[in-house]
Design a binder for this molecule. Structure first.
Ligand code: SF4
Length: 300
């Protein structure tokens, strides 16, 4: 059984020419023909380079892997019991469905109260997160579980004010936090602010703790889904230049004349903004935890 996926995906807007005859090892058409315009990922990447593997259309999708694992969660079955009850008195009048209580407490002091035992992990500066923030924040808050604001929100906001390399005002971040807090019920849930390398350099968590009343922060070391930092596409030259000046890796360099000319001529239509991968060590981590605790963070 081959776990290799075909050399095409709706996520990369690519396809094979011979859709029913594909070599499993390479994912290429069984006959790769001279003259094909290169619709598959191999073909597209030959003339568009790394652009070909970026999920499209950018900004309105959330992509998943097509890899078909030999074992997944559907192979498990949760079996109940026909005898007695757990978590509630074994009384037929009390052990009824509406009485289910799945509340829990997390944090080293167990002070974060959750009505339901789950959490939304980092949703950051992407358009998908921003465009759906009302639903995410209000839904999580009234349901009583934590929501994490992901990386890059402050620096990606053109209206943020950054003075001497530190965030002083970040309206998008502020809106996200305030909306969640406004809908929080009886202290359940929590709004968490994550920081990657760039956020840490810009003092985003210090700003969120001291100016916006955030008590819980998350240190981001890298990405589980891929061993590179976050990447977004920037369609606007001035925005690309702003992000470059705010410390991001922007490719090609939007401050260089060659890149500016090529962009204006339409040779490429999007800059890539990359954030760095954290290189954690135990000592750095412990030092940063202490720093944030001294600053007022209650949970890290
Ligand atoms: S480049 Fe070759 S492998 Fe790719 S779609 Fe064309 S024929 Fe198939």
């Amino acid at each position: 059984m081959s776990l290799t996926r075909l050399n095409r995906s709706a996520a990369t807007l690519s396809k094979n020419r011979t859709e029913d005859s594909i070599t499993p090892l390479s994912g290429m058409c069984v006959t790769c023909v001279d003259g094909c315009i290169g619709m598959c990922e191999v073909g597209k990447s030959a003339y568009r380079g790394p652009e070909a593997i970026y999920p499209q259309p950018f900004g309105i999708i959330t992509s998943a892997s097509e890899k078909d694992y030999p074992l997944d969660l559907s192979h498990f079955n949760i079996m109940g019991t026909a005898v007695g009850a757990k978590g509630i008195e074994a009384d037929s009048d009390k052990a009824i469905f509406p009485n289910v209580n799945i509340e829990t407490r997390i944090g080293r002091d167990k002070k974060i109260k959750l009505r339901v035992p789950w959490i939304i992990p980092g949703l950051g500066s992407t358009n998908v997160a921003k465009n759906n923030w009302d639903g995410l924040a209000i839904g999580a808050a009234i349901s009583g579980f934590p929501l994490t604001i992901g990386e890059n929100v402050a620096a990606m906001d053109p209206d943020s004010k950054i003075v001497n390399g530190k965030v002083k005002h970040a309206p998008d971040l502020e809106w996200r936090i305030k909306l969640y807090k406004k809908w929080q019920q009886n202290g359940y849930g929590d709004i968490i602010v994550q920081a990657n390398v760039e956020d840490t350099r810009l003092g985003v968590q210090e700003y969120a703790i001291s100016e916006l009343g955030v008590e819980t922060v998350e240190l981001k070391w890298g990405q589980g889904a891929k061993d590179i930092g976050g990447e977004v596409k920037i369609k606007n030259l001035e925005r690309a230049q702003l992000l470059k000046k705010r410390g991001y890796i922007v490719l090609p360099n939007p401050l260089e004349k060659e890149a500016i000319d090529a962009f204006k001529q339409g040779s490429f239509k999007e800059f890539e903004r990359h954030s760095r991968v954290g290189m954690v060590t135990e000592k750095d981590f412990m030092d940063r935890v202490k720093e944030l605790r001294d600053y007022g963070a209650k949970h890290i």
